[in-house]
Ligand binder design. Structure first.
Ligand code: F0G
Length: 353
């Protein structure tokens, strides 16, 4: 059957009325892939939900299609968001699809190149501020209260409604909920959305509930330390957030599910980022790999038992951030003249190493 997109596929679980447009870029229905090598090495059953396979390359499409459809339904002509890059890419894409104006406010110099390229190509109005995401979010929240502009950050409840569908898919793909759902945490919307999704699906289909393990970057670990980080910093720019908007919802998700929050350093993130790409063929952006880094750390701390079934959410595609990939990669490119003999000699050396 042809996949109809999220709103159509899950309308019985979503706030859809007769007036809601069936907007779609065929988001959702992303692969769940078993990490064979890591599962063996770590003695667990580890799967990744490849959210980078969404149309704009991140999980944000799930929430954005719903938020933009509801904005159209309520007569909005303009949407606005603050973003570390992925939300703005998704907002700009769905706005282009729907014929709406899109305004994005982003932190200067802290947006991965692919995400910037997307916002530009989709034709958003781009405002780059000399501040961080938390500052940008405050600004767009205020302006959306004064002007007829729909705010499409995850403080918009329709965003979480759309994003909860990823939990439905995980349950359908595994047959039931995993023991643990590991997820990177930035503004804390996605962990809240997954938990809502698992609870709703379990009520309807008896799929059970996972423990929610949320991982923040150590330089932006507000929930781990229960304090705002005024100057968040991390290589994982997507989760460079010091005052998560869905703070309370995320804390409830972890408490209700008997899960945990923990932090992972940039080194741990980069190590997971390289490992997943080079040993599993899966290229996810650095922030996404906080989930894998977090699992490794939890294993070392004895917080995960052998044989545990875990789904890690890989929230965004590695191609979003080519600069970081090239910076951290240890691959040396061999530069040779246009000379078949020299190339052949070199390849023979590689093969017979
Ligand atoms: N992973 C990626 C790749 C992200 O882009 C984000 C958030 C997260 C994880 C964290 O999700 O905020 O729901 O806890 N990116 C937002 C943005 C903030 O503007 O694109 P969260």
């Amino acid at each position: 059957m042809r996949w109809p997109g999220l709103i159509e596929a899950y309308k019985e679980f979503l706030p859809v009325t007769n007036e809601t447009p069936m907007l779609t870029l065929n988001e959702g229905n992303t692969p769940l892939v078993k990490l064979e090598r890591l599962s063996k090495e770590w003695d667990i059953e580890l799967y990744v939900k490849l959210e980078g396979a969404n149309p704009t390359g991140s999980f944000k499409d799930r929430g954005m299609v719903m938020a933009v459809a509801k904005a159209i339904e309520s007569g909005s002509k303009t949407i606005i968001c603050a973003s570390t890059g992925n939300t703005s890419a998704a907002a700009a894409a769905y706005a282009a699809r729907a014929g709406l104006r899109c305004i994005i406010v982003i932190p200067e110099g802290k947006i991965a190149m692919g995400k910037m390229a997307q916002a530009m190509m989709y034709g958003a109005e781009i405002i780059s501020i000399e501040g961080n995401f938390d500052h940008a979010l405050k600004m767009v929240r205020n302006i959306s209260e004064q002007e007829p502009i729909a705010l499409v950050n995850s403080v918009n409840p329709y965003r979480l409604e759309g994003q909860k569908t990823a939990a439905f898919e995980v349950c359908d793909q595994l047959g039931f909920a995993p023991d643990i759902l590991a997820i990177p945490v930035g503004n804390a919307g996605n962990i809240s959305a997954y938990w809502k999704g698992f609870k709703e699906y379990s009520q309807h289909k008896g799929t059970g509930l996972p423990r929610m393990y949320g991982f923040e970057a150590a330089g932006a670990a507000a929930l781990v330390h229960n304090r705002v980080f005024e100057n968040p910093e991390t290589i994982a720019t997507a989760i460079r957030i010091g005052n998560p908007a869905s703070w309370n919802l995320a804390v409830s998700a972890v408490e209700e599910s008997n899960g945990l929050f923990d932090e992972v350093s940039d080194e741990e993130i980069v190590s997971a980022y390289k490992k997943v790409a080079s040993s599993e063929g899966i290229f996810a952006e650095p922030a996404s790999c906080a989930s894998i880094a977090g699992i490794y750390k939890s294993l070392q701390k004895g917080r995960i038992e052998k044989g545990t079934k875990i789904v890690a959410v890989l929230t965004g595609n590695g191609l979003k951030d080519p600069d970081t990939a090239i910076q951290v990669s240890e691959v040396n490119i061999k530069h040779l003249p246009n000379d078949e003999k020299a190339v052949t000699e070199h390849i023979k050396g590689v093969v017979h190493q």
